[in-house]
Design a protein around this ligand. Structure first.
Ligand SMILES: [Zn+2]
Length: 275
């Protein structure tokens, strides 16, 4: 199951490579580099790790004065705990944007605990069943206090039932995993739920002047923007109203049989999402 899932996701990403901007160097200073992952600096206390197995699956290390949070753990990055400890001297807590194997792969076993949205509990048996540590649950609206820096937990279901976005209001950015799909959104819940998510996150972005969200497959160009989220709302409404009908998903993968294209991105879904 896990392997076929990985294959599906990889195939989907490659199959729609026209929708991915050319991957490139990230300008940030490299602070760690091995065969599994490259970590680059985003700012003085924030780093992005890029794995190489699932279209640059992204991990984010966010450091405060007292603690650090690692958002996602990639597909299979050996000794991830030691790697992040070489970047920050703060104790690191692992949280996940969602339970998919390119974000909560075997490397989660480097950590004694993981914090997830309870909505993704349904995915644990098939996708995270080998985790030996403790699974803890985040709350919607919860503030993660890192000491002089805060991340707000905002549930953003759509890609999975328990997808989650983490917002740093002071920094003016957030981390949304695959909630808005990087360039390709695999929608596994219904469009109505996804519209609610887009509107909820858009409202926060507008009110708090959040400039962009770092996605789960970051290539240095594909931050999620307010403009994109609003486009996703109008596209999703058009699908629900029947004004736009999906075409057959060219890759026909992961039980997602239909596709619609927005401005620079694609959403794939199945019939049950239109309700
Ligand atoms: Zn995912």
């Amino acid at each position: 199951m896990k392997k076929s899932f990985l294959t599906c996701i990889l195939f989907v990403f490659i199959g729609n490579s026209a929708f991915m901007q050319a991957s490139s160097q990230n300008d940030g200073k490299i602070v760690f580099n091995n065969d599994d992952v490259v970590f680059r600096q985003i700012d003085e206390h924030t780093w992005v790790g890029s794995g190489n197995q699932m279209f640059q699956e992204s991990l984010y290390l966010v450091e405060g004065n007292d603690k650090a949070i690692l958002i996602d753990a990639g597909t299979n990055i050996k000794n991830l705990d030691k790697i992040v400890a070489s970047i920050t001297d703060k104790p690191v807590t692992l949280v996940a944007t969602h339970v998919h194997p390119d974000h909560t792969g075997p490397s989660i076993n480097c950590f004694p605990e993981i914090w997830i949205n309870p909505g993704d509990t349904v995915l644990i048996p098939s996708l995270m069943g080998n985790y030996r540590g403790a699974v803890n649950y985040l709350y919607d609206g919860e503030i993660l206090n890192l000491g002089g820096r805060q991340l707000e937990v905002v549930f953003s279901p759509g890609h999975t039932p328990g997808s989650t976005t983490f917002i740093d209001k002071t920094a003016g950015y957030g981390f949304s995993g695959d909630s808005f799909g990087s360039s390709l959104l695999l929608l596994t819940v219904d469009f109505s739920t996804f519209i609610t998510t887009c509107e909820k996150i858009s409202a926060i972005m507008e009110a708090e002047k959040i400039n962009y969200l770092y996605p789960g497959h970051y290539n240095n160009y594909n931050e999620e923007t307010l403009v994109k989220l609003k486009d996703m709302v109008s596209l999703s409404r058009s699908v629900l109203s029947g004004d736009i009908n999906g075409f057959p998903n060219p890759d026909d993968t992961f039980g997602l049989r239909l596709a619609v294209d927005g401005d620079g991105y694609r959403i794939i879904y199945n019939e049950n999402a239109v309700k």
